[in-house]
Design a protein around this ligand. Structure first.
Ligand SMILES: *Cc1c(COP(=O)(O)O)cnc(C)c1O
Length: 431
């Protein structure tokens, strides 16, 4: 049996060979990704050693969670790896939105203004901030909000930022990843330049970076370029697929402390918080995260290259620089979009026999289709895809715990498109 034979259980020879041709051209690109992963692996190893991770760190506490030495080792590890003074890394943080909420509400006071300088924030933040009126929002607590769009070419609008940095602007926020929008993802270098600019105009302002989907894609994180806080989800890149829940806030001791009083309670802060046996998953996941993130990034590039050659609009383009693991493919055809998602689902290790269909979802105007067969519910570092069923039928694809699984997912999606008659299998041979 060779590789083509074993792939025969999933895809036709034409699809397999099409994939191999695409891949042969991506080799230099993948080598660079491997070098970054190797760099980050060593960075994480050193962070763990310097944090004195020991066998006792792998256990956990219950109840109040006083004196949880494993929790302290996890937080020191994150702080070391991200070059910050401190970190809050907890299973009590449910997701990325929650981590961002804790970071924002802990570091803003009534009368303060929050300024987003990377355009409008990620959708779930709208209710957190109060852009869409919502109970418990920052607006209800007297925090105002403003934003500056990126320029049409996707760079920071320095003049716009300068005008909007006001007397009461206390916190500037930058979203690194494009999330589910069409603007480009920001590089750590660009983010660093914007932070330096903001601080030159108003030195007292704090800068928070929404780091979701960006961890370990570059050699540095935004905290190494002046961010006071970086914030993310453990069911994305830094959990390495093994963290079953969690979020992190890494930054200055002051910012992390402020956030800790919102996560637990004023006066309690970081001292409390049981880890319920999860320290081992957090540490092991973080240890694997550079490799896992690199695999997901390769999957995104492979998807871009495979669908680009078929004539679909992909964003980012396969040859464009990458600063996160998200890949958008625009099908302009509902049938193709559904077939793609059904292919991703069929490639899953869990729930592969489930067939995703477009569905009405609370909070969305259009039907949404989602493909996810994950070990951890909702985990998007695992192979997954979703998108709203509306023009131009764009699907967002991300994850894959291993590069080989991401590759298989894309090949199976191609097979589903061929089976649905959307792409011509015989044409694949000439592409
Ligand atoms: C995923 C994401 C979030 C929110 O994370 P959840 O875990 O889904 O709550 C926030 N910002 C960005 C850029 C994201 O990608």
């Amino acid at each position: 049996m060779n590789l083509k034979n074993i792939y025969g259980d999933f895809v036709s020879d034409e699809v397999f060979e099409y994939g191999e041709r695409i891949l042969s051209e991506l080799k230099p690109r993948f080598e660079e990704i491997d070098r970054i992963a190797e760099f980050n692996q060593l960075k994480v190893l050193k962070a763990m050693q310097d944090a004195h991770v020991g066998e006792a760190s792998l256990t956990g506490t219950t109840g109040y969670g006083y004196n949880d030495i494993g929790r302290d080792a996890v937080e020191r590890t994150y702080a070391n790896a991200f070059c910050t003074e401190d970190a809050l890394v907890r299973p009590q943080i449910i997701c990325g939105t929650h981590a961002l909420t804790v970071a924002l509400s802990g570091n803003l006071r009534p009368g303060d203004e929050l300024l987003y300088i990377s355009g409008m924030p990620y959708d779930t933040l709208h209710e957190v901030i109060g852009i869409r009126p919502s109970k418990g929002s920052l607006t209800e607590y007297g925090v105002s909000f403003d934003y500056v769009d990126l320029t049409p070419s996707g760079t920071f609008d320095f003049d716009g930022i300068k005008t909007k940095l006001k007397e009461n602007t206390a916190l500037v926020a930058i979203q690194r990843s494009r999330g589910y929008s069409s603007r480009p993802t920001l590089s750590v270098e660009e983010i660093g330049e914007a932070i330096a600019f903001v601080k030159s105009v108003k030195p007292s302002v704090k800068v928070m970076v929404d780091n979701c989907y960006g961890e370990f894609i570059e050699r540095e994180e935004p905290s190494q370029r002046g961010a006071d806080m970086i914030v993310g989800s453990l069911i994305k890149n830094p959990g390495g697929g093994l963290a079953p829940v969690g979020g992190y806030i890494a930054g200055t001791a002051e910012c992390v402390e402020n956030a800790s009083y919102r996560l637990s309670a004023p006066g309690l802060g970081k001292e409390l918080g049981p880890t319920l046996g999860l320290n081992k998953s957090f540490l092991q996941g973080f240890f694997l995260a550079p490799t896992v993130s690199a695999g997901a990034e390769k999957g995104a590039i492979f998807a871009a290259a495979a669908y680009e050659r078929l004539g679909y609009e992909v964003n980012p383009a396969s040859s464009a620089p990458r600063y996160d693991i998200i890949q958008a493919v625009t099908f302009k055809d509902p049938k193709a979009m559904i077939a793609f998602c059904q292919g991703i689902q069929a490639a899953a290790p869990v729930d592969s026999y489930v067939v995703p269909e477009p569905w009405d979802m609370p909070g969305y105007d259009d039907q949404v289709i989602m493909a996810a067969g994950a070990f951890v519910s909702g985990s998007s570092i695992e192979l997954s895809a979703d998108g709203p069923m509306r023009e131009p039928y764009t699907v967002y694809f991300q994850g894959g715990l291993t590069w080989y699984h991401a590759k298989a997912g894309i090949l199976i999606s191609l097979q589903k498109l061929a089976d649905a008659g959307v792409i011509d299998k015989t044409k694949l041979g000439s592409l």
